[in-house]
Design a protein around this ligand. Structure first.
Ligand code: DC
Length: 222
């Protein structure tokens, strides 16, 4: 089985690229951020002091998540309810990043991710995939872009989504991205880093198609 990892900061375009690359290769696509988002979703139903380790462990032991890939679209089920649509909100952006700092949360998420990833050809995206979840992956990419470009892309995406998202200003999005970069890169356990052996791609001046073709050619030539 072949694994291709794509790590990088928030808003670098990992999801779009990982999806397109997986389709081009005929591989399964896996967005690992959704696991942290699901944990954050469960947490917000009944928040508690996350530094209370016993409580945190009990909370995690009661979470029953299923990752489902249907026609290369990822769904997350919690206790047989599809929560996929609930996970892509600014609130989940914030809390998934916060909650992912805790060791117990990471162990829970990583174990789930490895179980899902081991038995299939996969393009898997996240923050610690090439460095920690699948360090022996065949190809590792680190996709990045400047903070300004990432914020502009996120703003465009929110405008397209419409509704309350369209009201979020560029400045607010920029601040949120800067804060999330800080939590993701400065956390003590498995922070966002360029994994050993990863190919760095900066997408500031590249289209999605160019990034995907670039990665595809590397995978096919290797
Ligand atoms: O990729 P995303 O924006 O959906 O991820 C949400 C948060 O989850 C991110 O800010 C940090 C955390 N995360 C992580 O710690 N490790 C991963 N492999 C994926 C996501």
């Amino acid at each position: 089985m072949t694994s291709i990892t794509i790590d990088g900061p928030a808003g670098a375009g990992k999801t779009t690229v990982a999806k397109a690359l997986s389709e081009k290769l005929g591989y399964i696509y896996f967005n690992t951020g959704a696991v942290y988002r699901s944990i954050a979703y469960c947490y917000l139903v009944n928040p508690f002091d996350l530094t209370k380790t016993i409580k945190l462990k009990k909370f995690l032991s009661q979470i029953n998540l299923k990752i489902i890939n249907k026609n290369n679209v990822q769904f997350i089920w919690l206790d047989n309810i599809d929560i996929t649509q609930k996970l892509s909100t600014p609130e989940m952006d914030y809390w998934s990043s916060k909650i992912s700092q805790y060791k117990e949360v990471r162990e829970f998420a990583v174990s789930l991710q490895r179980n899902f990833a081991y038995h299939q050809n996969i393009v898997i995206e996240g923050r610690d995939i090439g460095s920690n979840v699948l360090p022996n992956a065949k190809f590792k990419f680190y996709l990045t872009a400047s903070v300004d470009v990432r914020a502009k892309r996120r703003r465009k995406q929110y405008l397209e989504q419409g509704g309350e998202y369209a009201l979020i200003s560029y400045e607010k999005i920029l601040q949120d991205i800067i804060e999330r970069d800080k939590t993701d890169t400065e956390r003590a356990i498995s922070p966002l880093i360029v994994p050993k052996g990863a190919i760095i791609i900066n997408s500031d001046r590249l289209t999605i198609l160019e990034v995907v073709n670039n990665m595809f050619n590397i995978c096919k030539g290797g």
